[in-house]
Design a protein around this ligand. Structure first.
Ligand SMILES: Nc1ncnc2c1ncn2[C@@H]1O[C@H](COP(=O)(O)OP(=O)(O)OP(=O)(O)O)[C@@H](O)[C@H]1O
Length: 229
């Protein structure tokens, strides 16, 4: 489990995270939802220790995040191009050399699934294929937790559907996944837990199935209630 406990993050005088707490379980997809600038990326960066926090704590399987915890987590950034100078093949070789937990079999499945050409140079790929390559490189690491920042941002409908499909296949298995998004439509039916953020605070955290069964509401219904007051 990833536990984010009362985390405060300031940039200068601006308090971007105002005491955020939530948990993300293994075998579940947790979605951090909120409009632009509410602090979604900052939370992922804080979990990955890419940005220091001012107070609070983040635990992975009950332990503070250290070098060895990092081996359990992979972070797939948004449209940032990873390893741009390489072809997809060279990038996979690099990952294989660099990470003990690299799983080439899974990478080959992703190549087929996304119909990517391993000879293509990463810097020349379309936005959708860049996102798919990022997913391939991130999800072919045998880790327990996967953090994804806006995996659907700026990507055409068909590629989005294909990316969403990954979440319903064995390619994710029983990992704990945290996704950020401001567009819920593509993944509403896939997520287990929704964490609604506004201005650095958590408005509501809920199990999507429970709210569907008990209150007959979709995530979008809850978002309308929360954000439109
Ligand atoms: N390095 C930084 N220095 C100063 N302010 C920052 C920095 N990084 C982020 N911020 C500010 O923190 C706030 C939260 O940013 P963050 O990127 O986490 O939001 P977000 O919810 O991921 O937004 P988006 O949906 O647009 O990606 C924003 O107001 C942003 O301007």
């Amino acid at each position: 489990m990833i536990e984010v406990n009362d985390v405060v993050k300031k940039f200068g005088r601006k308090e971007v995270l105002k005491g955020i707490s939530f948990t993300a379980n293994k075998g579940e997809i947790t979605c951090l939802i909120g409009i632009n600038g509410v602090g979604k990326t900052t939370i992922l960066n804080a979990i990955m220790k890419l940005t220091p926090i001012n107070s609070g704590e983040i635990l992975v399987d009950g332990k503070k995040v250290t070098k060895s915890t990092f081996e359990k987590i992979t972070f797939i950034p948004d449209s940032t191009i990873m390893l741009p100078g390489f072809t997809i093949n060279e990038a996979m070789d690099f990952m294989n050399d660099y990470y003990e937990v690299w799983n080439q079999e899974r990478a080959n499945e992703f190549l087929k699934f996304f119909r990517l050409n391993p000879e293509d140079k990463i810097s020349t790929l379309s936005k959708g294929n860049t996102a798919k390559t990022n997913l391939l490189l991130g999800l072919s690491l045998d880790v327990d937790y996967v953090l994804m920042d806006e995996p659907f941002s700026g990507i055409d409908m068909f590629s989005r559907e294909q990316i969403a499909e990954v979440f319903t296949t064995h390619l994710i298995e029983d990992r704990g996944v945290i996704i950020t998004t401001h567009e819920i439509n593509d993944i509403e039916h896939l997520i287990d837990k929704a964490v609604l953020l506004d201005e650095g605070e958590i408005y509501k955290e809920f199990n999507t199935e429970e709210i569907r069964e008990e209150e007959g509401k979709s995530v979008v219904d809850v978002m309308r209630e929360v954000y439109r007051g």
